[in-house]
Design a protein around this ligand. Structure first.
Ligand code: NAD
Length: 476
């Protein structure tokens, strides 16, 4: 298999180079544990090599014209497009995504390119201000993109594309739990005739290769997508060199059902939203907050929706969600379900262990608890598994209070037939990305978190500006 052979190298300075780190990870299918490939995991020396390649290009790429950047982005997009079917097949095997989700992630990747190709020609990199000074927006420098495994290629590209558009060379370090998809992406970029050092890929563990990248004096910015602990570790490593740190971290999405919402439609959609990708989505609406007097009705609709969910092989078209990513995830999620039961939280459906029809693979049942106490661990901690909590409120103030009562503030949801009321509630939520009645996704709208969900924004103009410095020039 090609991936097994090619994954022993890293893409640095426009070439495939032998890793210095000696560790080799076996990558196994989460569905049946078969061997998919082997990937080298690099060390601090590999990190240094990638930084040197990116640093070398910075003086040139930072001065590139908008036309040059557009041409590069178009070639990258073409390279991605050609590789997309193979990448999707691979994501099904390495991560356990269903084909529909894998294709959805490719759609998002294309949208990041298209969005930047649209923004870049119009973006005001130089502004003459009325106070008699000039503002120049310049690339921040060498950028490191550290990513998690749940939407890996999308995460790599939604950082690399705007960074490159801004004039920054990029080093991508994917999760050590899903190292092969980065190799496939780098193969696509290797064929896109990029300036050597513009797009670099090293695989490695967070505590080793990642740590070195985060503390490296020649790295100017880190953009991490990962857990709160990972984000904090990166910020700590980056602190002595005062580099910019952009964090896209965990979530515990509240989903408020206002009394006038169409429960028959909205409850099943909410359950599916929470269970997508087996709940391994930072923005998942995992806390369904409903009027207390309607709890029985919501519980009935939610359980019925969960019973429609097909857990199974990610290859099967009928599958709603496949296995969880790996054993660590499987054990952790099951433990949290067991702990919630031990704490006396009422189980409505699901529970620990695999669904009855599956005897192997990291499959977890669609699980719903309710009514859950708002301060219960299961209602406040990120589970990153197919577990939905239903919480009840007596009035809108209490609904908002419950929604805001976690350390997270990433995605939040409001369901209502009344746009004015829904907008008023949305305005009171402490979250970076609030949607009303499940609108379609757009790459133009910024995404990011409040509180421990992170800082900074991805996508659209805001995503580009993350990678820009602001220079003031004043003449006497
Ligand atoms: P993780 O924090 O374990 O790892 C994320 C990345 O950080 C990996 O590449 C890892 O190697 C690296 N890392 C960890 N410690 C590091 C260190 N000390 N120095 C440098 N790099 C380090 O997270 P995970 O398990 O891969 O991902 C799941 C988490 O990601 C969940 O909490 C989820 O909510 C979050 N997530 C957030 C978003 C978002 O956009 N906000 C999107 C997807 C996932």
């Amino acid at each position: 298999m090609n991936a097994v052979v090619r994954s022993s190298k890293f893409f640095i300075g426009g070439k495939w180079v032998e890793p210095h780190g000696r560790e080799v990870a076996e990558v196994r299918s989460p569905a049946d544990h078969s061997l998919i490939g082997r990937a080298a995991l690099g060390d601090a020396v590999d990190a240094d090599r990638a930084v040197a390649a990116a640093r070398n290009l910075f003086p040139i790429w930072s001065q590139s014209s908008i036309d040059e950047r557009l041409a590069v982005l178009r070639r990258m997009r073409k390279g991605f497009d050609e590789a997309a079917p193979a990448i999707e097949e691979h994501l099904i095997r390495e991560i356990g995504l269903t084909r529909m989700v894998a294709q959805g992630q490719s759609m998002m990747c294309r949208a990041h390119f298209d969005s930047m190709l649209e923004i870049l020609p119009e973006y005001p990199f130089t502004l003459s201000m009325s106070g008699g000074f000039e503002i120049v927006r310049e690339p921040v420098g060498v950028v490191v993109a550290i990513t998690s495994w749940n939407a890996p290629v999308n995460q790599m590209l939604c950082k690399a594309v705007p960074a490159i558009a801004a004039g920054c060379p990029v080093i991508v370090k994917p999760s050590e739990h899903a190292p092969l998809c980065g190799i496939l992406l780098a193969e696509a970029m290797a064929g896109a005739d990029l300036p050597p050092g513009l797009f670099n890929l090293v695989n490695g563990r967070g505590a080793d290769c990642g740590q070195r990248l985060a503390e490296h004096p020649h790295v100017d910015m880190i953009s991490i997508t990962g857990s709160v602990a990972g984000g904090a570790a990166v910020a700590e490593a980056a602190a002595p060199t005062i580099k910019r740190v952009h964090q896209e971290l965990g979530g515990k999405g509240p989903n408020i059902l206002l009394p006038d919402a169409d429960f028959e439609t909205v409850v099943p959609r909410s359950v599916l939203g929470a269970m997508m990708v087996g709940g391994q989505v930072c923005a998942a609406p995992t806390r369904l907050i409903v009027p207390a007097e309607r709890f029985e009705e919501v519980a009935r609709l939610a359980v019925a929706a969960a019973e429609q969910i097909v857990v199974g092989s990610p290859d099967e078209p009928a599958t709603t969600y496949g296995p969880l990513m790996n054993e660590v995830q499987f054990v952790r999620v099951n433990r949290m379900i067991e702990q919630a039961l031990a704490d006396g939280q009422p189980l409505l459906t699901g529970g620990p262990g695999r669904p009855d029809h599956l005897s192997t693979g990291f499959y977890v049942r669609p699980t719903i608890f309710g009514p859950v106490a708002p301060d219960a661990d299961i209602a406040t901690q990120e589970i990153f598994g197919p577990v939905l909590c239903i919480l009840t409120y007596r009035d809108i103030d209490e609904a908002v209070e419950i929604a805001n009562a976690t350390d997270f503030g990433l995605a939040a949801y409001v369901q209502s037939a009344d746009p004015v009321m829904a907008r008023a509630v949305a305005g009171r939520l402490r979250a970076g990305y609030v949607t009303i009645n499940f609108p379609a996704w757009t790459a133009a709208a910024p995404f990011g978190g409040y509180k421990r969900s992170g800082n900074g924004r991805q996508y659209g103009v805001w995503g580009l500006e993350e990678f820009l410095e602001t220079k003031t020039i004043i003449a006497s």
